[in-house]
Design a protein around this ligand. Structure first.
Ligand SMILES: [Zn+2]
Ligand SMILES: [Zn+2]
Length: 305
């Protein structure tokens, strides 16, 4: 595992660009243009959306709420399943993701934050920071609780493998579907372009908006030391992660939409998994969140009276 040794650097010394990564990201985006060659089918669109949302769940419930914040508990086997699922998103491995995200919470919107749109602009926080070699390592000091699992260290080291396996599986599934049900109008190449390339690029930018947009656009429900915001639209496409100001206020809470109207699909799925016995000890928002509301109501009533 390559170690991150210099997270805190002045922005003027961004260092060397990670050219192999840049080539991979460019290839993934360019491959979406193959859509003009493979065409459209409702089956391919359904595959694109399904693969997008399943992997978004891996990123939000796995990488973010479990590996980075430990907001619930699970078995070692299901922990690996979550890690593997999230790694198919092609956003590096679970240890890298958790380490960088913990660093973000420790230094949000300060000079040390590695992806603050407030300090360094939208483009840097959206994807620029990812493309530099200094951010490609994993700082073991940020993830001491995860290092004890050799299977997670392995997953972190071979992170390109799960997405490649997914791409091959989608292609083979599309080929089989094309032969078994020609009326669906799809084949392996079409499923590969929609189900993997387009789905992955959409997943990239929805996830990246959580480091860029959620610190500049939206409502602030809580007075946090950073510039985090809540966004209903972003919460819909990221399965609940758009309640970023709520999350910065209570990072230890699994639930990020604190009220029924703050839609948080990852939370609903995790509650279902809890009923099935796959996860447990889901951490609820602290009482101070709702006590604050009650206090506000009391103050309003006494003022009216
Ligand atoms: Zn944040
Ligand atoms: Zn977080």
């Amino acid at each position: 595992m390559r170690e991150l040794t210099a997270s805190v650097q002045c922005r003027s010394t961004r260092g060397e660009m990670d050219y192999p990564l840049l080539a991979q990201v460019f290839f993934l985006h360019s491959a979406c243009a193959l859509v003009f060659w493979v065409g459209f089918s409702w089956t391919a669109l359904l595959a694109c959306l399904s693969v997008y949302f399943i992997r978004m769940f891996g990123v939000t419930a796995g990488y973010h709420r479990y590996f980075a914040h430990r907001t619930y508990r699970t078995s070692r086997a299901f922990q690996f399943v979550l890690g593997f699922l999230a790694t198919t998103s092609y956003q590096r491995g679970p240890l890298w993701w958790a380490a960088h995200h913990r660093f973000h919470h420790t230094h949000s919107d300060t000079e040390a934050d590695i992806h603050s749109p407030v300090r360094d602009g939208f483009c840097w926080s959206h994807f620029g920071w990812l493309l530099y070699r200094r951010n490609s390592g994993t700082d073991p000091k940020m993830i001491p609780n995860l290092l004890q699992y050799p299977e997670l260290r392995f997953l972190n080291d071979v992170y390109p493998l799960p997405p490649v396996l997914l791409a091959v599986s989608i292609f083979l599934f599309g080929e089989a579907l094309g032969r078994a049900a020609p009326s669906l109008g799809t084949d392996g190449w079409q499923m590969l372009v929609w189900g993997f390339f387009i789905s992955t690029v959409l997943l990239y930018h929805a996830t990246f908006l959580l480091t860029s947009l959620t610190h500049i656009v939206g409502q602030r429900s809580f007075d946090t030391p950073d510039n985090s915001r809540n966004s209903f639209l972003l919460a819909l496409v990221t399965l609940g992660e758009g309640w970023h100001n709520n999350h910065h206020y209570c990072p230890s809470s699994e639930r990020q939409g604190f009220y029924w109207w703050e839609v948080d699909v990852s939370h609903y799925v995790l509650k279902l998994l809890e009923r099935l016995g796959l996860v447990w000890d889901i951490k609820a928002p602290p009482k101070r969140v709702y006590a604050r509301e009650r206090r506000g109501e009391r103050d309003r009533r006494s003022f009216a009276g």
